[in-house]
Design a protein around this ligand. Structure first.
Ligand SMILES: *Cc1c(COP(=O)(O)O)cnc(C)c1O
Length: 378
């Protein structure tokens, strides 16, 4: 058996161990310390280079923790409704349930595969008519492709509903230069092992208001009030990132721009070598959109060959590929949640496939992938 080719695997830049060793040498082996502060500054500078003091970052233990704290800071309580993109990873929606609130799922549109502004507005009007105005909106930038944020923000502003942006897959993506992660009042980033950069496990909450980031730091370290004894006036969480993980993150931030270009080069390559078949369609960027192309995703349009045919053929030669996210409104755990849509996400799920997209793919691995896909169609 040939070695495994992964969908997306960690790719170190080189300086990660330097930052981690500094943490050991100074005994900052704690959920606080210079790497955590440094990583927060690095992320702020990356998201808003011209004005890094206008964006505030709290480094956390995961992207899921960032979404959970974001909902808490937006005041989401039991019985509330929160609008969420249906086609996404379950971590976008689970924190809604942590709060005892109900998700209202919105279908995708076919240009970006993300939240349909049309069904978003329809849902808001309908929930308001039912006396249940949604308390927040969670759009997601799937696979690095920005959602239609200009349209979504205009609707959110019109109805005065705050946006919590799930940018877990989209660090480095933007629309006409405005970075994903800077649209919502609050945004979530993830540094899980399979994301474009990793801290082995981690995430961050991003906010425009400094008080929100400050509160996230407070809640993520057990909500300890200033007192010599342990004094609590809020329910706290253990969600802070450790100084060791943040050291990995600082090294990874140095190579993030390079990682974006490498992932985009994978997409370009797939486009070039697969364009002789109309049976495989890549998701292209709309005008002005810039995707980090975290994963290259394709739709299979063939009378006989399905995405499962290809997935199983790749699996046989030890190459990992994966169906697109199964929509949340089709998940057993969310079967009772309201849904607004026309079947777009379900169709994407049926025909869509994620191809190996690591920034560390070698030419030899690329050749193996292409040979295996060509064999299916020959
Ligand atoms: C990875 C991911 C998350 C969760 O991030 P973790 O760091 O794994 O908790 C949330 N939303 C989306 C869309 C993701 O891909």
């Amino acid at each position: 058996m040939q070695p495994k080719i992964w969908l997306s695997s960690p790719h170190m830049g080189g300086n990660e161990s330097k930052f981690v060793n500094e943490a050991f040498d100074s005994n900052w082996v704690a959920p606080l310390g210079p790497n955590v502060n440094g990583l927060e500054k690095d992320i702020a500078r990356f998201l808003l280079p011209e004005n890094e003091n206008n964006i505030h970052v709290a480094a956390l233990s995961s992207g899921t923790a960032a979404i959970h704290l974001g909902l808490i800071l937006l005041g989401i309580k039991a019985g509330d409704e929160v609008i969420c993109q249906s086609m996404t990873f379950s971590a976008s929606a689970n924190p809604i349930a942590y709060q005892g609130a109900t998700p209202v799922f919105i279908d995708s549109e076919s240009d970006t595969w993300n939240m349909s502004p049309q069904f978003l507005e329809k849902a808001i009007k309908d929930r308001i008519a039912k006396g249940r105005k949604p308390k927040a909106i969670i759009p997601v930038h799937l696979y690095g492709m920005p959602a239609k944020m200009d349209e979504i923000m205009a609707i959110a502003n019109q109805y005065e509903i705050p946006v919590l942006e799930d940018a877990a897959e989209a660090l480095g993506s933007h629309i006409n230069g405005k970075m994903c992660g800077t649209y919502g009042v609050i945004a979530a980033l993830s540094f899980n092992g399979n994301k474009i950069i990793t801290t082995s496990g981690g995430g961050a909450m991003v906010a425009h208001q400094p008080e929100l980031a400050e509160k996230a730091r407070f809640l993520s370290t057990q909500a300890r009030d200033p007192a010599p004894h342990y004094l609590h006036s809020h329910i706290g969480y253990n969600y802070r990132m450790s100084n060791i993980c943040a050291g990995i993150g600082r090294g990874q931030m140095e190579v993030l721009p390079q990682r974006v270009l490498q992932r985009r080069a994978n997409f370009e390559w797939y486009g070039k070598v697969l364009n002789d078949t109309d049976a495989i369609q890549l998701l292209k960027e709309p005008d002005g959109y810039y995707s980090n192309h975290w994963l290259t995703t394709v739709l299979i349009k063939h009378p006989v060959i399905t995405r499962e045919t290809i997935r199983l053929a790749l699996d046989k030669v030890n190459i990992e590929s994966r169906p697109l996210w199964k929509p949340m409104h089709c998940q057993p755990v969310f079967k009772d949640a309201p849904f607004y849509g026309d079947g777009t996400a379900e169709k994407l799920f049926e025909n869509g496939l994620c191809l190996p997209s690591g920034s560390n793919l070698t030419d030899e691995e690329r050749n193996r992938i292409l040979t295996a896909i060509r064999a299916v169609f020959s």
